[in-house]
Ligand binder design. Structure first.
Ligand SMILES: NC(=O)c1ccc[n+]([C@@H]2O[C@H](COP(=O)([O-])OP(=O)(O)OC[C@H]3O[C@@H](n4cnc5c(N)ncnc54)[C@H](O)[C@@H]3O)[C@@H](O)[C@H]2O)c1
Length: 308
């Protein structure tokens, strides 16, 4: 195709996409039916993992729960059954261990079947300044928050590709788009998770597997206890998010094939400003918003790390 034709095509498509977005300001997007789909959620023993399980359960899906917290998973399974899941299976799986991920994934395929919606949600935070972070915790953070996504994709993506049907959901963080002070390993792990999910999503599109969708979730602080002790400077503009609200937004994003979900909405503006403002100005703006100064990791209870 020559330059003029290709440019014209891009211009026309841009107009079409903008019109489409405008219409959807008034007309809700069509939601897909996921009844009977096998949904695997890692880190389902608490927090938004548990709430997502309940939301997916209400849509009559088959649930597969993974966590290192057996009691937490049992409780999630009970709640999910109450919410209407057609079947709930739960497995102890330490996602930081590649061999364990592959072993438990094989067990899931044998006992439940192919997973068609994969939610990589398990996550940990060290809660220490970089130089105070023990090497073992830095490695663990990368293994749980990033590397586990590689291994779960390797395990479950082939069936999705073969069927040209599936959905990959990455629960990343706003810390995967904009770094903050005192969370070096966490930010690195979440930036990597975002880049990984985005790149594989593009690879799938390029190979014509457009039936396998991607949703990348980047929320600001959520009131689950993971970041207890962290405060927001301007709660109206950047609220600490309600976990139920986040879980519902994630399910809606999956049902409408939304690729990026940033929460709260101000994160879209802040992320855009990061790329257009000069760094000094953005740092000033970040301090004003409390993006870097209010994160006091020393106050975190490292409850997740004690579990391991
Ligand atoms: N809470 C927040 O403010 C916030 C903000 C943005 C993104 N997130 C992300 O959301 C996700 C869920 O966090 P949450 O707030 O519900 O916290 P949470 O601690 O309640 O949930 C995390 C779950 O992951 C499990 N887990 C930890 N290590 C594991 C491992 N090795 N293998 C399997 N499971 C493991 C934990 O047992 C726990 O059930 C995480 O990826 C987190 O990084 C959280």
């Amino acid at each position: 195709m020559n330059f003029i034709l290709e440019t014209l095509q891009v211009l026309l498509m841009s107009i079409w996409y903008n019109l489409e977005s405008f219409v959807h300001l008034f007309v809700p997007r069509r939601r897909k039916n996921i009844e009977g789909e096998v949904v695997l959620i890692s880190g389902a023993g608490s927090g938004i993992g548990r709430l997502m399980a309940q939301e997916f359960a209400a849509l009559n899906t088959v649930l597969v729960l993974w966590d290192i917290n057996q009691e937490g998973m049992k409780e999630t399974a009970r709640l999910a059954k109450e919410s209407g899941a057609s079947r709930v299976h739960y497995y102890l799986c330490d996602c930081s261990d590649k061999n364990e991920v592959y072993r438990v994934a094989d067990q899931v395929k044998r006992e439940v079947g192919d997973v068609s919606i994969l939610v990589n949600n398990a996550g940990i935070v060290t809660g220490k300044k970089f130089m105070d972070s023990p090497d073992s915790l830095i490695e663990k953070t990368m293994e749980v928050n990033t590397m586990a996504h590689f291994w779960t994709y390797k395990a479950f993506l082939p069936a999705m590709i073969a069927n040209n049907h599936g959905h990959l959901v990455s629960i990343a963080s706003s810390a995967g788009l904009i770094s903050c002070n005192g969370l070096a390993d966490y930010c690195a792990s979440k930036f990597a998770a975002v880049g990984f999910a985005e790149s594989v999503g593009l690879e799938l599109l390029a190979t014509g597997k457009d039936g396998v969708k991607t949703t990348i979730v980047c929320p600001y602080f959520i009131n689950t206890g993971m970041f207890d002790g962290c405060q927001t400077k301007w709660p109206t503009m950047l609220p600490i998010l309600d976990p139920n609200y986040v879980a519902k937004k994630i399910i809606t994003a999956v049902l409408t094939d939304q690729v990026f979900l940033l929460l709260p909405k101000t994160m879209y503006l802040i992320t855009a400003l990061k790329t257009v403002l000069q760094w000094k100005l953005f740092s000033l703006f970040g301090s004003y918003l409390g993006l870097s100064v209010e994160v006091d990791c020393q106050t975190f209870p490292s409850r997740h790390l004690k579990l391991q």
